[in-house]
Design a binder for this molecule. Structure first.
Ligand SMILES: [Zn+2]
Length: 349
């Protein structure tokens, strides 16, 4: 009896379920007790659970090495078009006969962007194009120094006025749908296809080089950043990926992670989006609200849905892991976020 009690106490102190160590004790601060995990809990740790070792990054998701002394690398797309990246965030610049057009100025390598351009040309930066308003992509604009013309979508101007960030100077030229920038022999076609990631996020197409820059929508080789890259409208973000799929280009610059993308990358991401939509829809349809809950909580509607949504997300993660956990780098990092986001989108949008 005493031995059984000790065993029970040991179990209570460190309940080990599916590789997790859980302590079903009251939290000192809130007084809320934790319980055993839900049935059929995925082996991928849920949000808020520490991960001992994330899954290895597949070779297909790796990019060429960055020289640590420089902190960035250049990729030459030919005909004067270059990508700059530190293998985490990406921007571009285009050299024409009298100057340089910069597309985005990320915070991360704001201080080295001029140096990166100087590797290729001593011509002045005459134009800066903002893909969208977010600070991670254009928060290095001030550090780039005076640029005569800054081009962006109308919505980006509105958002930047609101944000009033001295590191993101206001655009001097905006447009509502399309704008073609012709500088010397070079052309950039800027176009707006509607919201998704954020209002005002544009496509920047270099026809001569056959390169499309479309930021925060496509993540070559990787699962998107959490909640479909914090898409303000998830279904619209999915629609942008479908548009990108059918467009004619050789390389896509997506704005993040390790390398430029190909059509195969976009096909794979579109397939992942179809799969997660299906997985979340199935989980929503087959999960019962309140099942297995403590009856004392059934008068608490927030609790009913917290429990329901957790079980939907768990089923969604389970459905996707066998096919995708080794195909998309960082699958384990953000799959819970994506499933929570997908179930919410399908339930209320
Ligand atoms: Zn963004």
């Amino acid at each position: 009896m005493a031995r059984l009690l000790i065993a029970r106490l040991a179990q209570a102190a460190f309940l080990v379920v599916g590789g997790w160590v859980l302590a079903p004790v009251a939290h000192a601060q809130s007084g809320v007790a934790t319980e055993a995990p839900y049935p059929n809990m995925p082996s991928i740790p849920a949000i808020g659970v520490r991960t001992a070792k994330y899954l290895d990054v597949p070779a297909s998701a790796q990019g060429p090495a960055v020289d640590p002394a420089k902190g960035y690398r250049l990729q030459n797309f030919g005909s004067g078009l270059y990508m700059v990246t530190d293998n985490q965030i990406q921007s571009m610049f285009l050299v024409y006969d009298h100057g340089v057009v910069v597309m985005d100025a990320p915070q991360a390598y704001a201080s080295s962007l001029r140096r990166a351009i100087a590797e290729v040309t001593d011509k002045p930066v005459t134009h800066l194009v903002y893909s969208h308003s977010h600070a991670d992509h254009i928060g290095g604009a001030k550090a780039l120094g005076e640029v005569p013309v800054i081009i962006a979508h109308d919505e980006t101007l509105r958002l930047l006025k609101r944000d009033a960030d001295p590191n993101r100077p206001l655009p001097t030229l905006t447009f509502p749908e399309r704008y073609t920038l012709r500088v010397g022999e070079q052309v950039l076609e800027l176009s707006y296809h509607g919201p998704g990631h954020v209002p005002g996020n544009i496509f920047i197409y270099a026809p001569r080089q056959s390169v499309l820059m479309a930021i925060d929508l496509v993540f070559p080789g990787w699962i998107p950043w959490r909640r479909f890259a914090v898409a303000q409208d998830v279904l619209e973000a999915f629609a942008r990926v479908e548009e990108i799929r059918t467009m004619d280009w050789d390389f896509i610059v997506g704005g993040h992670v390790t390398r430029a993308g190909t059509h195969a990358d976009v096909e794979r991401q579109a397939e992942f989006y179809r799969d997660i939509k299906q997985a979340a829809a199935t989980a929503l349809a087959t999960t019962k609200v309140g099942e297995g809950m403590n009856p004392l909580d059934k008068g608490n509607p927030w609790a009913l849905f917290d429990d329901y949504i957790d079980r939907v997300a768990a089923q969604c993660v389970n459905a996707l892991a066998p096919k995708w956990s080794k195909q998309l780098a960082g699958f384990d990092v953000f799959i819970w976020d994506q499933c929570y986001s997908m179930e919410q989108t399908l339930r209320i949008d």
